[in-house]
Design a protein around this ligand. Structure first.
Ligand SMILES: NC(=O)c1ccc[n+]([C@@H]2O[C@H](COP(=O)([O-])OP(=O)(O)OC[C@H]3O[C@@H](n4cnc5c(N)ncnc54)[C@H](O)[C@@H]3O)[C@@H](O)[C@H]2O)c1
Length: 213
């Protein structure tokens, strides 16, 4: 018997890196992992790997910075499974942050806006699309992925670090509102630095190195 038997959990950005590991872990614990990613090929690949090993999964393309795309993600999940028990707001621009890794003065406005649109607004839009289905059933969990860098700062990537600090504020508001009105919970995790491409085996136990905030 698994910890997530019968549960349906959406993981945004589930096609690569840590999100992929969350999906594999959810399926390993008996849940249905809904792999939602802007990278459709990667999402399909993760869902196939899960199904090939006997687990339950659904792939869906989503751009978390676009509300109608988030609504489509929720609808596809509800049409297939009738409910949503969990939402892991994991999608972010991180590994792909480009040359603006240099000084904060060199960050372009375009790069700043895109990071905020995906890493901050994306949480809000995904939650707005999914939480109503949880509210109807008066249960569900939302997990937002922040970063240790939100607390420690960083010498580079000011836009990324700022976006991850916003995740904490967002989560606190959601937690207070949800606690006040229903049994829906909201939590934050802050992973330590991990690099999926250079050390893929580290994904075997991602949650053990994530700390609740
Ligand atoms: N890797 C680390 O060391 C580390 C440390 C702390 C926090 N985090 C956080 O963990 C999460 C995952 O990090 P990662 O290292 O696996 O990143 P990653 O770059 O490997 O994966 C991010 C995923 O999000 C997807 N994505 C990007 N934009 C999207 C959009 N608009 N809509 C939907 N999907 C989108 C990408 O396609 C990719 O699959 C992020 O929230 C990151 O900020 C990572």
């Amino acid at each position: 018997m698994g910890l997530l038997d019968g549960k349906v959990v959406i993981v945004t950005g589930g096609g690569n890196g840590i999100g992929r590991a969350y999906c594999l872990g959810i399926a390993r614990e008996g849940g249905t992992a809904v792999v939602a990613d802007i990278d459709e090929k990667a999402a399909d690949g993760v869902a196939k790997a899960i199904k090939d090993s006997g687990g339950k999964s659904l792939a869906t393309k989503v751009d978390v910075a676009n509300f109608s795309s988030c609504q489509e993600m929720a609808k596809k999940t509800l049409d297939a499974h009738g409910k949503i028990d969990g939402l892991v707001n994991n999608a972010a621009i991180f590994m792909s942050v480009p040359a603006e890794k240099g000084s904060w003065q060199e960050i372009t406005e375009e790069a700043w806006d895109r990071i905020m649109a995906v890493n901050v607004k994306g949480l809000w839009l995904s939650s707005r699309a999914v939480v109503p289905a949880m509210q109807q059933r008066k249960q569900g969990s939302v997990v937002n992925i922040s970063s240790n860098m939100a607390f420690n700062g960083g010498l580079t990537m000011m836009h990324y670090v700022t976006s991850k600090a916003a995740v904490v504020g967002f989560s606190r508001v959601l937690a207070r509102r949800r606690r006040a009105r229903s049994r829906i919970t909201s939590a934050r995790l802050r992973p330590e630095f991990l690099n999926g491409s250079s050390s893929p085996k580290i994904w075997l136990a991602p949650l053990s190195i994530c700390y609740p905030i």
